[in-house]
Design a protein around this ligand. Sequence first.
Ligand SMILES: [Zn+2]
Length: 77
Amino acid sequence: MNSCPRCQSEQSACRVEHEGRDAQGELVWTVYYCTACSFTWRDSEPEESIVYAKRDAFSRVDLNKQYPVVMPPPNRD
Ligand SMILES: [Zn+2]
């Protein structure tokens, strides 16, 4: 894990939340939490979710920007 896949905060801003281990105790996956943007991810998720460059632009966060709408409104069609 190099940096947050959502806001690109440095690794020092991200902490390990949980380590998933198999029956032999081998590490299988790790869940990280970004203290800058509150994003949580597991390192075994698809790259489209956990690699900043591959994430949809809508799913990225710029910590220097104001976001008047946090979540898109529900589809009321
Ligand atoms: Zn972040």
